[in-house]
Design a protein around this ligand. Structure first.
Ligand code: KG4
Ligand code: ZN
Length: 343
């Protein structure tokens, strides 16, 4: 009988659980999105996120087990993301996992959320993807790693200010588009001319440095739509075409930077296998252009499938690796909200 683990993910604003086997089969997956709760603030409010996790975590776990036609006694371990993320959010998942482990005597397994975003590619492929260049592009991270195994990551470079997803969310707010910004910008961009505005591509020409910066891009968009004076973005009267053109031009600038540095990481490390995860990797223009670039230069590319890009618990199937290696956590497992780059 295959080993089966229950995985729990509450690092940011999705309450999620899944059951995954050691053959990387997904037996069930539930994601309760909190987008509606954070929408009017145009970003995640940590206290609201934590409280919503408390309300949802047990129903989400129940529903996951129901879909998998299992009960808690049938699982071989309980895994939870304990780093990085919002402290209050992580705590809800970790506390739930511990309580279930105490009640059932099952082993407690810990998942690094960033490792899991890359491992999503392995789950989709159901084949080994390591060693690879791991690229995580989400609302909180824009980071490149040299990954020798599912849990051995060496930090190569990343953003020096905003994360790519954060930039999408902030630009969407400026344009009056709904939260989360990634999908709204991407939809608006379809009708836009990406050459209309020449937004900056910071660091793109620097062939040595694996770095991103999206903060200046945000300012450039602001100047393009509202000039340099004081502005209330809610009172801006932009036409649909203007919104579409800004969205397309902004998206093209971000995509150029992401692809340029991913390719530089491949080149610098002489490792022609790239694995990409995180919410921004769901972006259709990014996916198409990255695929074309990798095809041209002979890089093996794995991008997490659409539903495994944004936060989910399936990617926590990474903990199967811990279970197989006998790496179980003590009951005083803590949350580590901050990013430990190398780990
Ligand atoms: O990985 P994720 O669900 O959560 C974090 O770990 O941060 O990523 C969420 C981010 C949000 O900033 C959202 O705007 C962005 O991913 N995102 C996208 C798209 N879908 C989600 N960005 C660009 N294009 C998309 N289609
Ligand atoms: Zn994430």
């Amino acid at each position: 009988m295959a080993l089966r683990i229950l995985t729990i993910e509450t690092s940011c604003d999705e309450t999620a659980a899944a059951v995954v086997t050691d053959q990387l089969e997904v037996l069930a997956s539930v994601v309760a999105s909190q987008d509606r709760l954070h929408e009017r603030f145009q970003g995640v409010v940590p206290e609201i996120a934590a409280r919503a996790h408390v309300e949802r975590i047990l129903p989400v776990i129940d529903e996951t087990l129901r879909q998998a036609k299992m009960d808690l006694n049938d699982v071989d371990g309980i895994a939870v993301a304990n780093t990085p993320g919002l402290a209050g959010s992580l705590l809800v998942g970790v506390t739930a996992a511990k309580a279930l482990c105490v009640a059932t005597g099952k082993p407690l397994l810990a998942v690094n959320h960033l490792h899991a975003h890359v491992y999503a590619c392995q789950i989709a492929l159901r084949q080994n993807i390591f060693p690879c260049i791991g690229f995580i592009i989400s609302g909180g991270h824009t980071h490149l790693y040299h990954c020798t195994s599912p849990t051995e990551f060496r930090y190569l470079g990343g953003t020096i200010d905003d994360a790519a997803g954060e930039a999408f969310d902030k630009i969407a707010a400026m344009l009056g588009l709904p939260y989360p910004g990634g999908p709204s910008i991407s939809a608006a961009a379809v009708a836009g001319n990406e050459k209309k505005y020449a937004f900056p591509r910071p660091f793109l020409g620097d062939r040595k440095r694996l770095a991103f910066s999206f903060s200046g891009l945000k300012t450039a968009v602001r100047y393009a739509i509202a000039g340099t004076g004081k502005v209330d973005f809610r009172s801006l009267q932009l036409t649909e075409q203007q919104i579409a053109d800004v969205a397309a031009s902004f998206q093209a600038a971000v995509v150029d930077c992401l692809i340029g540095k991913a390719m530089l990481a491949v080149e610098q490390n002489n490792l022609a296998r790239l694995c990409v995860g995180g919410g921004v990797a769901a972006n259709a223009t990014f996916r198409e252009r990255l695929k074309a670039t990798c095809q041209q230069n002979g890089t093996e590319l794995h991008i997490a499938p659409f539903q495994l890009c944004t936060d989910n618990a399936i990617m926590g199937g990474l903990a199967i690796e811990h279970l197989k290696a006998g790496r179980q956590e003590p009951m005083d497992l803590d949350v580590l909200p901050g990013l430990v780059r190398g780990s």
